[in-house]
Design a protein around this ligand. Structure first.
Ligand code: MN
Length: 209
């Protein structure tokens, strides 16, 4: 049985950027629903004992009869589990150290990276995610995925993700996805993202579920 990860902060601590009601429904209802459906799909199969980073890194290994359920609901679990940890109260600002250097090297500047990420998040059509990932060469790339797909299926290790499903922002922002995306920068926990960057460069996926 998969456990819903506890948050390191209270539902109301991300206000005004993400409201408490959205956080509570998103975590306790949406994320829990992905977990419940994932567990039902893999119950009694070898996948029940594998990490999602392993399962989703080779989608062809997923039995066809549970493939969609695993990709959608297992994806929902790995994606949200990452998301909750890269946001938090008393966060925002800019990255430092090696991550800052690599962002400058890959995108020209932090502002340029932010602009690329915002455009990617805003133009993801329908439900999906925007990501900052480490590729197989150890470089940073911004990408998006539809639905609950995870970049690990494309050979990329995500170190920062933004949920742009309407359930992530609609109660507070309604149709104003760009405002939600702008507010995201105030709650990014760059110290955590830096830690994930170091791990991802070593191809260490232990920070993912
Ligand atoms: Mn979500």
């Amino acid at each position: 049985m998969t456990t819903l990860p506890k948050l390191d902060y209270n539902y109301n601590e991300l206000e005004p950027h993400i409201d408490a009601n959205t956080m509570e429904i998103h975590h306790s209802k949406h994320h829990q629903a992905y977990i419940t459906k994932f567990d039902a799909a893999v119950d009694g199969t070898p996948l029940a004992n594998q990490s999602l980073s392993t399962i989703l890194s080779d989608k062809s290994s997923i039995p066809s009869e549970i493939k969609n359920a695993v990709i959608n609901n297992g994806g929902g679990h790995i994606n949200h589990s990452l998301f909750w940890t890269v946001i938090g109260p008393n966060a925002g600002g800019s990255p430092t150290g090696k991550l800052a250097d690599e962002i400058n090297s890959s995108f020209g500047s932090f502002d340029s990276f932010k602009s690329t990420f915002e455009t990617t998040a805003a133009t993801q059509f329908g439900s999906g995610w925007a990501w900052l990932c480490v590729n197989s060469s150890g470089s940073l790339v911004v990408t998006s995925t539809a639905n609950q797909d995870n970049p690990i299926s494309d050979g990329l290790l995500p170190i920062l993700g933004l949920d742009v499903w309407e359930h992530a922002y609609y109660l507070n922002y309604q149709n104003r996805r760009p405002d939600y995306i702008s507010a995201f920068w105030n709650i990014v926990a760059w110290n955590i993202v830096s830690d994930y960057f170091e791990k991802a460069k070593q191809n260490d996926t232990s920070y993912l579920v």
